[in-house]
Design a protein around this ligand. Structure first.
Ligand code: ADP
Length: 704
């Protein structure tokens, strides 16, 4: 994740880094203070222990101080020194034995002026004591010099450190010997006992008494090989000795000047380390607590700030909502469960021409005119405050203004969101939209619609009448064309018949010639019958029943009718069909009439073309349909004639050559048979008529 190093983040980082540095400094200061404080406390308690120990040493020594003097005052002792003899020696030794026992000393002995022992408290178990010379021992030297001796020394047998008190013995100011008290340092060791480790070292630095037996006879320097001095905050200097178990001990030493002894007290400094660690932890804990407090305060400040912002946003949003409500173009009214108005915005007051005082606490229905729509509104208002209340949306009604005038409006009533959330649907919002303008526009639109409809109807009527007129004109034109064609066709045989009738009158006496003329008349009547039969076919209606007809057979029959014309006009017919099913549903004679017309038109079109003239008939079957193409090599169909070919009485032929009914009859018959026909000009030249008829099976299936 990449953290954007913005100014704010940088400040935060600097703050926390500073905090970290401060915490570290604080922790190290606290650790130092704790260590110093602990060491000072240790030092003070060590000093106290030292003083106690020194007091004990001194009181121990003092408790024996009188003994040498006591011995010097003894008459027997003096007598022995002046007149040495064995009896007196034994006597004095017994005395020393008893005194030593009472005093608790290790041994008492009397030395003569040469330093040789003459009496000894432990005369019973140490017989060789008398053989030793004490002349060079310091306690004897002190006594001989007239001083009281207080000396430390090590006995040769057994090799034990001991303390010696000595006093000179005089006879009339003449040194005659010395009284000596030996105190084993075991006694002192017992007295000083346990507690803090301690050691007593002599002036030459050798330990002669200690709480630990291992230290005895060791030089102090050997016990503290890497000692280091340390100055406490109050200026006191202490020494640290490495402990054999690891760690360090604080060593406090004091020298007893008169004795030349140094008392050293040792204290384990682990407690100082522990306190130091505790101080670090406490300082860090404090820092963490302060950091948490700062975080807490910051969070609280942020929360307060966000609450303030939320309140400001809420206030501004409320203000905005009030502005929206006041400036809305829609009338907004709140009503209570009983349908009484609690609030109306400016637009609502304006719509109804009321003031707050006139409208508030009044029932809403007072603003509505009694129309059919009021029932719906009354029903909705009656359901206010019930759980089954369903909102009413966009109900049209009529409002009543303060001055009694009415205006159309659109009313919606729905429970207010806040109230719904509080599960107490006590407030409902009624929106009122003045639709006077809309109604006016609707009316205007309706009127415009009605006018437009009337205009459209008029126009439609006009167009229909024009179409009728056009149709009529076309019919009249067609009728005219037909009339002139029929008149022309019939006129010629009628004129001929009139001539023949006149001839017949004259030849009435010559029956043979008369018969010939009557034959001519008969032929002319037959021709007229053909013309009328064509007109009859045109008027022919579709037969009720259909039969199975072979299209191939009908084509061959039609071709057979033209065999003579084909030969006369040198027309080559190209027709060799090969289809499995050529059956169509229809009427054989009418189908033949269709084919005859198409073949005749083909031959007519090629009349002015140079031979050989080719008429191609192509028959094919596809998807239940039979398709017959009749193509000639004539001039083709004129572009403008293509659309009119199948209209009745359309012909391009000379009057008398064609009635223009052929193709019209063809199309009528083909449509009756359920087929279709169209004409086109192939690119190769000539004209082609394409006739499509449903195959019999297909036509039957469709009919079912
Ligand atoms: P009629 O043969 O009496 O004129 P039809 O209805 O049979 O009447 O034909 C209408 C017209 O169609 C013809 O006058 C002719 O102009 C045109 N027409 C018909 N068949 C052909 C054809 N094979 N080639 C060119 N024109 C044709």
């Amino acid at each position: 994740m990449r953290i954007a190093f913005t100014g704010r983040n940088r400040r935060r980082l600097v703050f926390w880094l500073t905090g970290l540095v401060l915490a570290t400094v604080l922790a190290s200061l606290a650790a130092d203070r704790a260590r110093n404080w602990t060491l000072q406390t240790l030092q003070r308690s060590g000093t106290e222990v030292q003083l106690t120990r020194i007091g004990e040493i001194r009181s121990w020594l003092d408790s024996y101080d009188y003994l040498p003097f006591l011995l010097t005052q003894n008459r027997d002792v003096r007598a022995l020194l002046l007149y040495p003899n064995q009896d007196m020696g034994v006597r004095v030794s017994r005395y020393l034995e008893q005194t030593s026992l009472v005093a608790g000393s290790t041994a008492l002995f009397i030395l003569d002026r040469s330093g040789r022992a003459v009496a000894y408290s432990r005369w019973r178990d140490q017989h060789d004591f008398y053989l030793r010379s004490h002349s060079s021992r310091n306690y004897f030297v002190d006594a001989r010099q007239g001083n009281q001796g207080r000396r430390f020394g090590i006995d040769s047998d057994p090799q034990q450190p001991a303390f010696y008190l000595s006093a000179p013995i005089y006879d009339e100011q003449r040194f005659i010997g010395a009284a000596v008290v030996r105190l084993s340092l075991d006694l002192l060791q017992e007295r000083l006992g346990a507690g803090l480790p301690w050691m007593l070292s002599s002036a030459d630095g050798t330990v002669f008494a200690a709480s630990e037996p291992d230290w005895l006879q060791q030089p102090v320097t050997a016990l503290a090989p890497a000692s280091r001095a340390y100055a406490l905050d109050d200026g006191t200097r202490v020494e640290f000795w490495p402990s054999p178990q690891g760690g360090e001990s604080m060593a406090q030493s004091v020298t007893l000047d008169d004795l030349g002894w140094t008392l050293t007290i040792l204290q384990d400094t682990a407690v100082a380390q522990r306190n130091m660690r505790s101080a670090i932890l406490a300082a860090l804990g404090g820092c963490i607590a302060v950091a948490l407090l700062l975080l807490f305060l910051r969070e609280r400040r942020l929360k307060q700030r966000s609450q303030q912002q939320a309140q400001q946003t809420l206030a501004s949003s409320e203000q905005q909502q009030r502005d929206i409500i006041d400036t809305a173009q829609v009338g907004l009214i709140t009503v209570d469960e009983r349908g009484r108005m609690r609030f109306l915005n400016g637009t609502a007051l304006q719509q109804f021409g009321l003031s707050d005082a006139q409208a508030l606490d009044q029932p809403l229905r007072r603003l509505l005119a009694p129309t059919a729509a009021l029932d719906v509104l009354e029903a909705a208002l009656g359901r206010l405050g019930t759980p089954g209340f369903a909102p009413l949306i966009g109900q049209e009604a009529v409002g009543v203004r303060g001055d009694g005038s009415e205006f159309p409006l659109l009313v919606s009533i729905r429970a207010m969101q806040g109230a719904r959330r509080a599960k107490e649907a006590s407030q409902y919002l009624v929106t009122v939209i003045d639709i006077s303008r809309r109604k006016r526009l609707e009316r205007a639109l309706q009127e415009a619609n009605e006018t437009l409809e009337a205009k459209v109807e008029d126009r439609t009527r006009e167009i229909k009448s024009m179409q009728q007129e056009l149709l009529q004109a076309e019919k009249l034109a067609a009728l005219g064309r037909m009339a002139s064609a029929v008149v022309h066709e019939l006129n010629q045989p009628l004129t001929a018949m009139r001539t023949y009738v006149a001839i017949c009158r004259k030849m009435v006496q010559q029956p043979l010639l008369l018969n010939e003329s009557l034959d001519e008349v008969d032929g002319l009547v037959g021709r007229m019958a053909v013309i009328t039969s064509q007109l009859k076919t045109f008027a022919y209606r579709k037969p009720e029943r259909t039969e199975v007809v072979s299209l191939l057979g009908a084509i061959e029959q039609a071709l057979a009718l033209f065999r003579g014309r084909f030969a006369e006009e040198k027309v080559q017919v190209d027709f060799s069909p090969d289809i499995p099913d050529d059956r169509v549903a229809g009427d054989g004679a009418r189908l033949e009439q269709v084919l005859v017309n198409l073949i005749k038109n083909g031959c007519d079109a090629m009349q002015h073309s140079s031979p050989p003239r080719r008429l191609a008939l192509r028959l094919s079957a596809q998807d239940g349909w039979l398709e017959l193409q009749v193509a000639d090599q004539g001039p083709g169909i004129a572009e403008e004639a293509l659309g009119k070919l199948f209209e009745p009485f359309f012909t391009t032929k000379q009057i008398g050559s064609g009635l223009g009914l052929g193709l019209s009859i063809v199309r009528s018959i083909v449509q009756d048979l359920g087929g279709e026909i169209r004409a086109e000009n192939p690119t190769a030249g000539g004209a082609c008529f394409i006739l499509r008829l449903p195959q019999y099976a297909h036509a039957m299936a469709n009919a079912e």
